[in-house]
Write a protein that binds this ligand. Structure first.
Ligand code: C5P
Length: 279
């Protein structure tokens, strides 16, 4: 662990088309509510949407507010960086609503202070995340990858999974993390089978120790023909690589009948990061 309490990472992020929608209107205050049919999430001051808007207000001395309405589809506390995606959306929305004309680099500086995954959520595509995740290098890919995202019934807190990772590794020397060149090569070539073999997450044993049933979920996905499977981020959501769009639909259906996951979504990547769409 680093002196600042974070872990040094070498991670490959890929943005998927499983997205939330954030609508922002001009207002004197900062307020956040959920659309009626949204996945439930706290909308108090702990929500990263409000934290992102407040950070922009403070840094650029903005005296205007915003009234946000959030429609969440991304499962909450699942290791999918959903809160980070909403923070990135709030930065993009406020930049436009308040006419700040900030560059992506300026927004990324604020994003990094909000959370390790927020800069990538702005950036999108496929990227290598270094340092605590916020230092990005774009990764070249070919074609579209077809994924199934299966959410667990249980939940895991990110800090507790990192703590368990430390406990499991206690006494052993942890080498500096690195992304194998071979992984970058299969992404560049759009080699789905090659990618499936190389999927790996060092946090997976710690996530499984916290919620053992996700191991069964990973195994059943592979039994249903997934080319590869892994825990997403700090979990407990698991992602499965499919052979094709059709295979992803079949796999999602099969997984949703196992009783091992609360939902299974088909998702494709890479897609762009947070973007403003005028109403
Ligand atoms: O930056 P973020 O808010 O996503 O981090 C949440 C928590 O996850 C941190 O407080 C830390 O405990 C853990 N973390 C870590 N190393 C990272 C990213 C997150 O230990 N690279």
């Amino acid at each position: 662990m680093r002196d600042d309490g974070f872990h040094e990472l070498a991670t490959v992020y890929q943005a998927l088309d499983l997205a939330d929608e954030l609508v922002a209107h001009n207002s004197d205050d900062l307020t956040l509510r959920l659309r009626e049919d949204s996945v439930e999430v706290e909308v108090d001051d702990s929500n990263l949407v409000l934290q992102a808007a407040r950070a922009l207000q403070e840094q650029y001395e903005v005296d205007r507010g915003a009234d946000f309405e959030l429609f969440k589809r991304i499962p909450v506390a699942g290791g999918l960086a959903g809160g980070s995606a909403d923070a990135a959306a709030a930065l993009v929305a406020c930049n436009s609503l308040w006419g700040l004309h900030l560059s992506m680099d300026q927004l990324a500086d604020i994003a990094a202070e909000l959370g390790s995954d927020v800069p990538f959520s702005l950036h999108g595509g496929t990227a290598l995340g270094g340092s605590r995740g916020e230092l990005l290098t774009p990764v070249l890919t070919t074609g579209t990858f077809n994924w199934v995202v299966a959410t667990s019934f249980g939940s895991l807190s990110t800090p507790s999974v990192y703590r368990r990772f430390d406990d499991l590794k206690a006494g052993s020397r942890i080498p500096a993390p690195a992304v194998p060149n071979k992984l970058l090569e299969v992404l560049r070539r759009g080699d789905v089978v090659g990618l499936g073999k190389l999927l790996h997450n060092d946090l997976q044993p710690a996530a499984i120790a916290g919620l053992p049933e996700i191991d069964l979920l990973l195994e059943s996905g592979l039994d249903f023909g997934a080319i590869g499977a892994l825990v997403s981020g700090s979990g407990p959501t698991c992602v499965f690589l499919a052979k094709s769009r059709e295979h992803a639909i079949d796999l999602a259906l099969s997984l949703s009948t196992t009783g091992l996951c609360s939902a299974a979504h088909v998702a494709h990547g890479p897609v762009t990061g947070a973007r403003a769409v005028a109403e």
